[in-house]
Write a protein of this length. Structure first.
Length: 366
Protein backbone atom coordinates (compact mmCIF):
# COMPACT_ATOMS: atom_id res chain seq x y z
CA UNK A 1 0.00 0.00 0.00
CA UNK A 2 1.39 3.40 -0.96
CA UNK A 3 1.81 6.20 1.56
CA UNK A 4 -0.31 9.23 0.65
CA UNK A 5 1.45 12.52 1.36
CA UNK A 6 1.05 16.08 0.13
CA UNK A 7 4.03 15.58 -2.19
CA UNK A 8 3.31 12.10 -3.51
CA UNK A 9 3.49 11.75 -7.28
CA UNK A 10 0.28 9.70 -7.18
CA UNK A 11 -1.60 13.00 -6.91
CA UNK A 12 -0.87 13.05 -10.64
CA UNK A 13 -2.05 10.23 -12.89
CA UNK A 14 0.90 7.83 -12.99
CA UNK A 15 1.19 4.46 -14.73
CA UNK A 16 4.13 2.34 -13.57
CA UNK A 17 5.71 -0.24 -15.88
CA UNK A 18 7.95 -2.91 -14.40
CA UNK A 19 9.87 -5.11 -16.83
CA UNK A 20 10.40 -8.48 -15.14
CA UNK A 21 12.93 -9.83 -17.60
CA UNK A 22 13.36 -13.57 -17.80
CA UNK A 23 16.66 -15.11 -18.83
CA UNK A 24 15.50 -15.35 -22.44
CA UNK A 25 14.36 -11.74 -22.37
CA UNK A 26 17.82 -10.74 -21.16
CA UNK A 27 19.16 -11.94 -24.49
CA UNK A 28 16.81 -9.63 -26.40
CA UNK A 29 18.14 -6.39 -27.81
CA UNK A 30 17.35 -3.12 -26.07
CA UNK A 31 15.29 -2.12 -29.13
CA UNK A 32 13.12 -5.24 -28.79
CA UNK A 33 12.53 -4.51 -25.12
CA UNK A 34 11.61 -0.91 -25.99
CA UNK A 35 9.12 -2.20 -28.54
CA UNK A 36 7.58 -4.53 -25.95
CA UNK A 37 7.20 -1.58 -23.56
CA UNK A 38 5.49 0.36 -26.35
CA UNK A 39 3.10 -2.56 -26.98
CA UNK A 40 2.34 -2.75 -23.24
CA UNK A 41 1.47 0.96 -23.24
CA UNK A 42 -0.79 0.48 -26.26
CA UNK A 43 -2.48 -2.47 -24.58
CA UNK A 44 -3.14 -0.44 -21.43
CA UNK A 45 -4.84 2.27 -23.49
CA UNK A 46 -6.86 -0.38 -25.32
CA UNK A 47 -8.16 -1.62 -21.96
CA UNK A 48 -8.68 1.91 -20.59
CA UNK A 49 -9.55 4.08 -23.61
CA UNK A 50 -10.71 6.94 -21.35
CA UNK A 51 -7.01 7.83 -20.91
CA UNK A 52 -6.08 7.66 -24.59
CA UNK A 53 -6.48 11.41 -25.21
CA UNK A 54 -4.55 12.48 -22.12
CA UNK A 55 -1.18 14.16 -22.43
CA UNK A 56 1.52 11.49 -22.21
CA UNK A 57 4.86 11.94 -20.46
CA UNK A 58 7.43 9.15 -20.24
CA UNK A 59 9.59 9.23 -17.12
CA UNK A 60 12.19 6.99 -15.55
CA UNK A 61 15.35 7.04 -13.47
CA UNK A 62 18.74 5.30 -13.39
CA UNK A 63 18.74 2.75 -16.25
CA UNK A 64 15.59 4.58 -17.30
CA UNK A 65 18.20 6.76 -19.00
CA UNK A 66 18.17 3.98 -21.61
CA UNK A 67 14.60 2.67 -21.22
CA UNK A 68 12.86 6.02 -21.67
CA UNK A 69 14.59 7.48 -24.78
CA UNK A 70 14.41 4.11 -26.58
CA UNK A 71 10.72 3.78 -25.71
CA UNK A 72 10.15 7.37 -26.86
CA UNK A 73 11.56 6.42 -30.28
CA UNK A 74 8.59 4.08 -30.74
CA UNK A 75 5.98 6.32 -29.15
CA UNK A 76 6.89 9.37 -31.23
CA UNK A 77 6.08 7.39 -34.40
CA UNK A 78 2.52 6.70 -33.24
CA UNK A 79 0.19 9.68 -33.83
CA UNK A 80 -2.52 8.08 -31.67
CA UNK A 81 -0.36 8.67 -28.58
CA UNK A 82 -0.33 12.22 -27.28
CA UNK A 83 3.34 12.33 -26.30
CA UNK A 84 4.34 15.65 -24.78
CA UNK A 85 7.79 14.92 -23.39
CA UNK A 86 10.12 12.80 -21.32
CA UNK A 87 11.87 13.21 -17.97
CA UNK A 88 14.92 11.21 -16.90
CA UNK A 89 16.24 11.30 -13.35
CA UNK A 90 19.84 10.41 -12.50
CA UNK A 91 19.91 8.56 -15.79
CA UNK A 92 22.64 6.49 -17.38
CA UNK A 93 22.93 8.56 -20.55
CA UNK A 94 26.50 7.68 -21.54
CA UNK A 95 28.78 5.05 -20.04
CA UNK A 96 31.90 6.97 -21.05
CA UNK A 97 30.75 10.32 -19.69
CA UNK A 98 29.40 8.74 -16.50
CA UNK A 99 32.76 7.06 -15.82
CA UNK A 100 34.90 10.09 -16.63
CA UNK A 101 32.79 12.50 -14.60
CA UNK A 102 32.64 10.23 -11.54
CA UNK A 103 36.40 10.53 -11.02
CA UNK A 104 36.13 14.33 -10.99
CA UNK A 105 33.11 14.10 -8.68
CA UNK A 106 35.03 11.86 -6.28
CA UNK A 107 38.08 14.11 -6.13
CA UNK A 108 36.17 17.35 -5.65
CA UNK A 109 34.00 15.76 -2.94
CA UNK A 110 37.06 14.87 -0.90
CA UNK A 111 37.13 11.14 -1.58
CA UNK A 112 40.50 11.00 -3.35
CA UNK A 113 43.71 12.46 -1.97
CA UNK A 114 45.87 14.97 -3.79
CA UNK A 115 48.56 12.38 -4.54
CA UNK A 116 46.09 9.97 -6.12
CA UNK A 117 44.58 12.79 -8.17
CA UNK A 118 48.02 13.80 -9.44
CA UNK A 119 48.77 10.18 -10.37
CA UNK A 120 45.43 9.81 -12.16
CA UNK A 121 46.14 12.96 -14.17
CA UNK A 122 49.67 11.76 -14.98
CA UNK A 123 48.72 8.26 -16.10
CA UNK A 124 45.18 8.70 -17.47
CA UNK A 125 45.26 12.17 -19.05
CA UNK A 126 46.93 13.63 -22.12
CA UNK A 127 46.81 17.13 -23.58
CA UNK A 128 44.18 18.25 -21.11
CA UNK A 129 41.81 15.33 -21.74
CA UNK A 130 41.36 12.43 -19.32
CA UNK A 131 40.22 8.91 -20.18
CA UNK A 132 39.07 7.05 -17.08
CA UNK A 133 36.66 4.91 -19.11
CA UNK A 134 38.71 2.42 -21.14
CA UNK A 135 42.32 3.52 -20.75
CA UNK A 136 44.72 0.66 -21.56
CA UNK A 137 47.72 2.28 -19.85
CA UNK A 138 48.77 -0.15 -17.10
CA UNK A 139 49.61 2.58 -14.58
CA UNK A 140 46.25 4.22 -15.23
CA UNK A 141 44.48 0.89 -14.82
CA UNK A 142 46.19 0.25 -11.47
CA UNK A 143 45.37 3.73 -10.14
CA UNK A 144 41.79 3.40 -11.34
CA UNK A 145 41.58 0.16 -9.36
CA UNK A 146 42.49 2.14 -6.23
CA UNK A 147 39.95 4.82 -7.10
CA UNK A 148 37.17 2.26 -7.67
CA UNK A 149 37.98 0.57 -4.37
CA UNK A 150 37.45 3.87 -2.53
CA UNK A 151 34.30 4.98 -4.33
CA UNK A 152 32.47 1.68 -4.85
CA UNK A 153 33.92 -0.89 -2.45
CA UNK A 154 34.94 0.92 0.75
CA UNK A 155 31.42 1.19 2.18
CA UNK A 156 30.35 4.59 0.87
CA UNK A 157 26.70 4.78 -0.15
CA UNK A 158 27.05 5.10 -3.92
CA UNK A 159 23.39 6.17 -4.21
CA UNK A 160 23.77 9.04 -1.73
CA UNK A 161 27.26 10.06 -0.66
CA UNK A 162 26.04 11.65 2.58
CA UNK A 163 23.59 8.94 3.62
CA UNK A 164 24.52 6.00 5.86
CA UNK A 165 24.92 2.55 4.36
CA UNK A 166 21.88 0.40 5.19
CA UNK A 167 23.10 -2.80 6.81
CA UNK A 168 26.56 -1.37 7.45
CA UNK A 169 29.66 -1.50 5.28
CA UNK A 170 29.08 -4.53 3.04
CA UNK A 171 32.44 -5.13 1.36
CA UNK A 172 32.58 -6.00 -2.34
CA UNK A 173 31.22 -9.53 -1.77
CA UNK A 174 30.20 -11.89 1.02
CA UNK A 175 28.82 -15.37 1.60
CA UNK A 176 25.30 -15.94 2.89
CA UNK A 177 24.23 -19.57 3.18
CA UNK A 178 24.38 -21.14 -0.26
CA UNK A 179 24.85 -17.77 -1.94
CA UNK A 180 27.76 -15.61 -2.93
CA UNK A 181 26.49 -12.03 -2.63
CA UNK A 182 28.07 -9.40 -4.89
CA UNK A 183 27.28 -5.68 -4.84
CA UNK A 184 28.87 -4.95 -8.24
CA UNK A 185 25.94 -4.49 -10.63
CA UNK A 186 28.19 -4.07 -13.66
CA UNK A 187 27.25 -0.56 -14.83
CA UNK A 188 30.41 1.43 -14.09
CA UNK A 189 33.90 1.24 -15.56
CA UNK A 190 32.84 -1.80 -17.57
CA UNK A 191 35.66 -1.28 -20.09
CA UNK A 192 38.54 -0.90 -17.66
CA UNK A 193 40.74 -3.99 -18.19
CA UNK A 194 41.04 -5.14 -14.55
CA UNK A 195 37.35 -4.54 -13.91
CA UNK A 196 36.39 -6.46 -17.05
CA UNK A 197 38.60 -9.41 -16.06
CA UNK A 198 37.07 -9.58 -12.57
CA UNK A 199 33.52 -9.61 -13.91
CA UNK A 200 34.28 -12.29 -16.47
CA UNK A 201 35.71 -14.52 -13.74
CA UNK A 202 32.68 -13.89 -11.53
CA UNK A 203 30.30 -14.85 -14.32
CA UNK A 204 32.22 -18.09 -14.90
CA UNK A 205 31.83 -19.24 -11.29
CA UNK A 206 30.40 -22.78 -11.09
CA UNK A 207 26.83 -22.09 -10.07
CA UNK A 208 26.50 -25.73 -8.94
CA UNK A 209 28.92 -25.00 -6.09
CA UNK A 210 27.79 -21.50 -5.22
CA UNK A 211 24.77 -19.57 -6.42
CA UNK A 212 25.37 -15.88 -7.02
CA UNK A 213 23.00 -13.12 -5.97
CA UNK A 214 23.31 -9.44 -6.78
CA UNK A 215 22.29 -6.86 -4.19
CA UNK A 216 22.56 -3.10 -4.75
CA UNK A 217 24.98 -1.79 -2.11
CA UNK A 218 23.70 0.11 0.93
CA UNK A 219 20.05 -0.64 0.19
CA UNK A 220 17.47 -2.79 1.95
CA UNK A 221 15.20 -4.69 -0.43
CA UNK A 222 13.56 -6.86 2.25
CA UNK A 223 10.17 -5.13 2.14
CA UNK A 224 9.62 -5.22 -1.66
CA UNK A 225 10.99 -8.77 -1.82
CA UNK A 226 8.59 -10.01 0.86
CA UNK A 227 5.67 -8.15 -0.72
CA UNK A 228 6.24 -9.23 -4.33
CA UNK A 229 6.99 -12.84 -3.37
CA UNK A 230 3.97 -13.28 -1.11
CA UNK A 231 1.47 -15.83 -2.49
CA UNK A 232 -1.37 -13.30 -2.38
CA UNK A 233 0.48 -10.72 -4.47
CA UNK A 234 1.78 -13.29 -6.96
CA UNK A 235 -1.77 -14.55 -7.43
CA UNK A 236 -3.16 -11.02 -7.85
CA UNK A 237 -0.49 -10.28 -10.48
CA UNK A 238 -1.24 -13.56 -12.31
CA UNK A 239 2.33 -14.82 -11.86
CA UNK A 240 2.76 -18.49 -12.72
CA UNK A 241 3.51 -20.76 -9.74
CA UNK A 242 6.41 -22.09 -11.81
CA UNK A 243 8.01 -18.66 -12.10
CA UNK A 244 11.07 -17.99 -9.97
CA UNK A 245 11.05 -15.60 -7.03
CA UNK A 246 11.31 -11.86 -7.64
CA UNK A 247 14.79 -10.44 -7.03
CA UNK A 248 15.78 -6.81 -6.95
CA UNK A 249 18.72 -7.73 -9.24
CA UNK A 250 18.99 -11.00 -11.14
CA UNK A 251 22.45 -12.50 -11.62
CA UNK A 252 21.24 -14.57 -14.59
CA UNK A 253 19.77 -11.53 -16.32
CA UNK A 254 22.89 -9.47 -15.63
CA UNK A 255 25.13 -12.25 -16.95
CA UNK A 256 23.18 -12.62 -20.20
CA UNK A 257 22.21 -9.00 -20.78
CA UNK A 258 23.68 -7.49 -23.95
CA UNK A 259 24.37 -3.78 -23.72
CA UNK A 260 23.55 -2.36 -27.15
CA UNK A 261 23.46 1.36 -26.42
CA UNK A 262 26.51 2.96 -24.80
CA UNK A 263 25.16 6.50 -25.15
CA UNK A 264 21.82 8.14 -25.83
CA UNK A 265 22.77 11.09 -28.04
CA UNK A 266 21.00 9.73 -31.10
CA UNK A 267 17.70 9.19 -29.29
CA UNK A 268 17.73 12.63 -27.65
CA UNK A 269 18.57 14.37 -30.91
CA UNK A 270 15.70 12.58 -32.66
CA UNK A 271 13.27 13.90 -30.07
CA UNK A 272 14.73 17.39 -30.11
CA UNK A 273 14.82 17.45 -33.90
CA UNK A 274 11.03 17.38 -34.08
CA UNK A 275 10.75 20.51 -31.86
CA UNK A 276 7.52 18.94 -30.53
CA UNK A 277 8.63 17.45 -27.22
CA UNK A 278 9.94 18.81 -23.93
CA UNK A 279 12.75 17.01 -22.12
CA UNK A 280 13.85 17.28 -18.49
CA UNK A 281 17.09 15.70 -17.30
CA UNK A 282 17.30 15.99 -13.52
CA UNK A 283 19.84 14.74 -10.99
CA UNK A 284 20.18 14.51 -7.26
CA UNK A 285 23.55 16.15 -6.76
CA UNK A 286 25.05 13.67 -4.25
CA UNK A 287 24.43 10.50 -6.28
CA UNK A 288 27.53 8.62 -7.47
CA UNK A 289 25.80 5.84 -9.45
CA UNK A 290 24.73 8.30 -12.17
CA UNK A 291 26.27 11.57 -11.07
CA UNK A 292 24.98 15.05 -11.89
CA UNK A 293 28.20 16.19 -13.53
CA UNK A 294 28.06 13.42 -16.12
CA UNK A 295 24.46 14.14 -17.07
CA UNK A 296 25.22 17.86 -17.27
CA UNK A 297 28.12 17.11 -19.62
CA UNK A 298 25.82 14.85 -21.63
CA UNK A 299 23.14 17.52 -22.04
CA UNK A 300 25.80 20.08 -22.99
CA UNK A 301 27.11 17.64 -25.63
CA UNK A 302 23.75 17.81 -27.44
CA UNK A 303 24.70 21.38 -28.46
CA UNK A 304 21.24 22.92 -28.13
CA UNK A 305 20.73 26.67 -27.90
CA UNK A 306 20.80 28.03 -24.35
CA UNK A 307 17.58 29.87 -23.48
CA UNK A 308 18.14 30.54 -19.75
CA UNK A 309 21.61 30.51 -18.18
CA UNK A 310 22.32 28.23 -15.21
CA UNK A 311 20.60 29.61 -12.12
CA UNK A 312 19.17 28.50 -8.77
CA UNK A 313 15.55 27.32 -8.74
CA UNK A 314 13.26 27.70 -5.73
CA UNK A 315 10.48 25.76 -4.03
CA UNK A 316 8.34 26.63 -1.01
CA UNK A 317 8.55 24.72 2.27
CA UNK A 318 6.75 25.80 5.45
CA UNK A 319 5.92 29.12 3.82
CA UNK A 320 9.54 29.93 2.98
CA UNK A 321 11.41 29.86 -0.30
CA UNK A 322 14.31 27.41 -0.40
CA UNK A 323 16.88 26.66 -3.09
CA UNK A 324 15.93 23.37 -4.71
CA UNK A 325 19.05 23.16 -6.84
CA UNK A 326 20.21 24.63 -10.14
CA UNK A 327 18.74 24.60 -13.62
CA UNK A 328 20.00 25.37 -17.12
CA UNK A 329 17.44 25.63 -19.90
CA UNK A 330 18.01 24.99 -23.60
CA UNK A 331 15.54 24.87 -26.48
CA UNK A 332 13.08 22.11 -25.49
CA UNK A 333 15.45 20.53 -22.94
CA UNK A 334 16.45 21.48 -19.40
CA UNK A 335 19.10 20.14 -17.05
CA UNK A 336 18.22 20.47 -13.36
CA UNK A 337 19.88 19.45 -10.10
CA UNK A 338 18.09 18.70 -6.83
CA UNK A 339 20.23 19.86 -3.92
CA UNK A 340 21.01 17.23 -1.31
CA UNK A 341 19.26 14.39 -3.13
CA UNK A 342 20.86 11.12 -4.14
CA UNK A 343 19.92 8.55 -6.76
CA UNK A 344 16.28 8.35 -5.61
CA UNK A 345 15.33 12.03 -5.79
CA UNK A 346 11.65 11.76 -4.70
CA UNK A 347 12.70 9.71 -1.66
CA UNK A 348 15.40 12.12 -0.52
CA UNK A 349 13.75 15.45 -1.38
CA UNK A 350 10.02 14.74 -1.86
CA UNK A 351 8.71 18.30 -1.82
CA UNK A 352 11.40 19.72 -4.09
CA UNK A 353 10.94 16.76 -6.45
CA UNK A 354 7.16 17.16 -6.54
CA UNK A 355 7.51 20.89 -7.26
CA UNK A 356 9.98 20.19 -10.08
CA UNK A 357 7.77 17.50 -11.59
CA UNK A 358 4.60 19.62 -11.48
CA UNK A 359 6.36 22.50 -13.21
CA UNK A 360 7.61 20.14 -15.90
CA UNK A 361 4.17 18.61 -16.51
CA UNK A 362 2.45 22.02 -16.55
CA UNK A 363 5.19 23.63 -18.67
CA UNK A 364 5.81 26.27 -16.01
CA UNK A 365 9.15 28.05 -15.41
CA UNK A 366 11.38 26.11 -13.05
Amino acid sequence: MGLQTSSTWSLLLVLVFHTPMTRSMAQMTRRQVAHNNYLALKDFLRLFPEYSKNDLFLTGESYGGVYIPTLAEWVMQDPSLNLKGIAVGNGLSSYEINDNSLVYFAYYHGLLGTEMWKDLQTFCCSQGKCNFHDNANLNCTLKMGEMIQIVEESGLNIYNLYAPCDGGVPGSMRYEGDYLITHDLGNSFIRMPLRLSWRQNLFRMPVARKKVRMDPPCTNSTAPSMYLNSPEVRKALHISPKASEWQVCSFDVNRNYKRVYMQMNEQYLKLLGTTKYRILVYNGDVDMACNFLGDEWFVDSLCQKVQVARRPWLYTENGENQIGGFVKEFTNIAFLTVKGAGHMVPTDRPLAAFTMFCRFIKNQPY
